[in-house]
Write a protein that binds this ligand. Sequence first.
Ligand SMILES: NC(=O)c1ccc[n+]([C@@H]2O[C@H](COP(=O)([O-])OP(=O)(O)OC[C@H]3O[C@@H](n4cnc5c(N)ncnc54)[C@H](O)[C@@H]3O)[C@@H](O)[C@H]2O)c1
Length: 311
Amino acid sequence: MAQLRGKRILVTGGAGFIGFHLCQKLSDFTPNLTIYDNLSSGTLKNVTDLAKVNFVKGDILDLTKLYSQEKADLIFHLAAQVVVPYSMENPIEDFETNARGTLNVLEKARKDDAKLVFASSAAVYGNPNQLPTSEDYGFHPFSCYGLSKVVGEEYCGMYANQYGLDVTVLRFANVYGSRCHGVIHDFLDKISKNPSKLEIIGTGMQTRDFVHVSDVTEALILAASNESANGETYNIGFGKTTAIIDLAKMMLKILNLQDKTVITTTNVSWQGDIDKIWFDITKAKKELKWNPKVSLEDNIKDIIAEGKLTK
Ligand SMILES: NC(=O)c1ccc[n+]([C@@H]2O[C@H](COP(=O)([O-])OP(=O)(O)OC[C@H]3O[C@@H](n4cnc5c(N)ncnc54)[C@H](O)[C@@H]3O)[C@@H](O)[C@H]2O)c1
């Protein structure tokens, strides 16, 4: 943390779910924090709820605007098209935002001689046959989203090797917490609309590694603060895997709906969906001294009780 004090920080995608939590933390110790976001999936509320940030409504594909931003010392690149099924229907748009957009942001980092932390994804592993999956499993993307993140990562590697840019890649598993989107939010949404039925897309046997956004935020900050993280890639998950059907049952139990809500499954999932996500997080624990603290079981009760997801 102390290493970041006073730095000029640019957060692309800062108006999104993870960006909000990261900027909330960063704004405590730097007055020079700029969010650059086109608000395609992020919200203005995520910006206005933060007292001490500069906000630029801008697209990472708009080179003139991006390069006219004040020189940064550190860039967190979170802006992305994040929806897997959308990437399968709109592969070119997904490529533009996630691959070309990442290249554009790397160029901004090169011009500024800034360190860059890139938000990548479990989707680069596709459907891994090594579980838990470690960083050296390699790229086996199974969706256009996964492939566009691979391209982003490859450019990060190129900029680190050829231009000596300080770059760290973090591969996130399934991030959850207040203001999130994704399966927990979808389930709560469905149950609130119709408590008699909860439909799971897919078989329900697909598993996910849920990591809380506060732990992800800490990993982002550690990656940015540690010189030894330059040129490295880290898995950021909880290191545990949970079947979606078990998540559904856990939520219904907490809501006391286990005898009232019938769980159904579509059996067929969306194109590009992954069967199992389970991260080996040994490297981040050892090298970043990062230890995820919030378990799904401990936190989900609070999330539901406090209605945190919809705040
Ligand atoms: N949430 C997860 O579980 C998860 C998992 C793996 C990886 N990630 C990665 O973490 C990052 C943040 O994800 P999130 O969950 O906060 O998603 P999000 O959709 O809430 O945030 C993405 C932000 O990027 C902005 N954005 C999109 N296209 C843009 C563009 N062309 N120019 C400028 N801004 C643009 C959106 O408006 C949004 O605010 C993404 O790169 C995502 O791929 C997230």
